[in-house]
Design a protein around this ligand. Structure first.
Ligand SMILES: Cc1cc2nc3c(=O)[nH]c(=O)nc-3n(C[C@H](O)[C@H](O)[C@H](O)COP(=O)(O)OP(=O)(O)OC[C@H]3O[C@@H](n4cnc5c(N)ncnc54)[C@H](O)[C@@H]3O)c2cc1C
Length: 375
């Protein structure tokens, strides 16, 4: 019997595997896809994640970006710079995710890819985890199977609403410019935004609605946006993936089990940032299981509480998103055009400040801007 079976080898699952294995626990991580799987994701991640690992990430950082660019309907450009000491990393998920899994393996975690979990059952004192290649026994299980995985439903957690996001990989021959920028476009798509994050040899271009309904067809948006980056949209090029954004507190533990990462619906409702939050939850999830194995009766409940404390911050992000994406033109004008907006973005990404520190001011500014605009 393993101390812990982790379902899903994304950043959240590998973080749990890394920390539990490092503390001497027997760990099995099961992944349905080949390890270097493609995940539709733009791969922007804050170097703040280094606080949760004793690992050098240099080899998996594709590029480091400091510049930010906003547009409204492809015009009215605002160029800004992140002022935090640590700018943003861009990683390729088919490189970054296997790297994290390998860190866990180095501490003795067993990783089996191409082995989908098909069912789980709690019997006696343990979980029985059925897979395409047999049944495994684990004292604890971790749902780390992302936005579309079945684990959170099987464990009886409330199903968070899923939203579809679309992603296009654009390749280009030009070398990455010194002022290459994280670009955000707010006027083209109703209820959401589009973004383009440069990387060596191309761009990761995404689109998502953050309130209301997602567009039925993303194609017209990509057709307009992709040419801004020197490429042409090829029909059918976009890949789709669900986003499980934070949407209220819910228990994230049950009998000898927890949910981490997007399986726990931890994506930022304002920005769709999920990698850092997945790693954060994986770090605390591993600590909780370690303490539970040591006999601490409320360790898993404390994990839920830790994620709720973090979720208080997401509640503010959700409120800002609710106002911003309803009147994005106002948000663009009175918010993003201010130099302090990008300064705050940098601080939010590193965790230096939380949404609670700025929400009231931001919402007030947008509400006033909206009312004045109507006069
Ligand atoms: C278009 C788009 C762009 C994004 N851009 C960014 C960005 O720039 N920065 C950022 O921080 N976040 C971004 N995100 C969010 C980010 O990609 C996710 O939040 C993050 O991948 C979640 O990590 P995770 O480990 O929880 O789950 P995942 O990375 O989804 O990993 C879950 C794993 O579980 C496996 N699995 C599923 N079911 C089973 C099963 N039955 N058995 C075994 N394995 C299973 C899957 O194959 C998968 O490998 C983006 C999301 C989208 C959709």
């Amino acid at each position: 019997m393993y101390d812990c079976i982790i379902v899903g080898a994304g950043p959240a699952g590998s973080t749990v595997a890394y920390h539990l294995a490092k503390q001497g626990h027997s760990v099995l991580m099961l992944e349905k896809a080949p390890l270097a799987r493609y995940k539709p994701c733009s791969g922007a991640v804050s170097p703040a994640i280094t606080q949760w690992f004793d690992v050098d990430f240099t080899s998996v950082v594709d590029c480091v970006l400091r510049h930010v660019r906003y547009t409204w309907k492809l015009e009215d450009e605002v160029a800004a710079e992140l002022t935090t000491p640590d700018p943003v990393w861009i990683v390729r998920r088919d490189v970054f995710d296997p790297f994290l899994a390998a860190q866990a393996q180095q501490w003795g975690a067993i990783v089996q890819d191409q082995n989908a979990v098909t069912g789980i059952e709690f019997k006696g004192d343990r979980w029985w985890v059925a897979t395409s290649q047999g049944v495994f026994e684990g004292r604890y299980v971790v749902a780390a199977d992302g936005a579309d995985g079945p684990m959170s439903g099987w464990l009886g957690f409330k199903e968070a609403k899923r939203r579809i996001a679309a992603h296009v990989e654009v390749t280009c021959d030009r070398p990455l410019a010194a002022d290459a920028a994280l670009s955000f476009e707010f006027g083209l798509m109703k209820n959401g935004c589009m973004w383009s994050f440069p990387r060596q040899g191309g761009y990761g271009i995404g689109a998502a609605a953050f309130i209301g309904n997602a567009p039925k067809d993303f194609r017209p948006y990509f057709e307009q946006y992709i040419p801004a980056f020197g490429a042409t949209y090829v029909p059918g090029q976009e890949k789709f993936h669900s986003l499980k954004r934070w949407d209220g507190h819910q228990p994230l533990h049950t009998q000898q089990a927890i949910a981490v990462g997007e399986a726990a619906a931890i994506v930022d409702p304002l920005t769709a940032e999920g990698i850092r939050h997945g790693i954060f939850s994986g770090f605390h999830g591993a600590a909780a299981i370690h303490r539970a194995i040591a006999g601490e009766p409320d360790a898993l409940a404390a994990y839920t509480q830790t994620l709720h404390d973090w979720g208080n911050n997401m509640q503010w992000a959700q409120r800002i998103a609710g106002v911003f994406y309803r009147v994005p033109g106002v948000g663009y004008r009175v918010g993003l055009k201010r130099p302090s907006a990008t300064e705050r973005l940098g601080q939010l990404l590193t965790g230096e400040i939380g949404y609670g520190d700025i929400a009231n001011r931001v919402i007030k500014r947008m509400t006033t801007g909206f009312l004045l605009g109507r006069k």
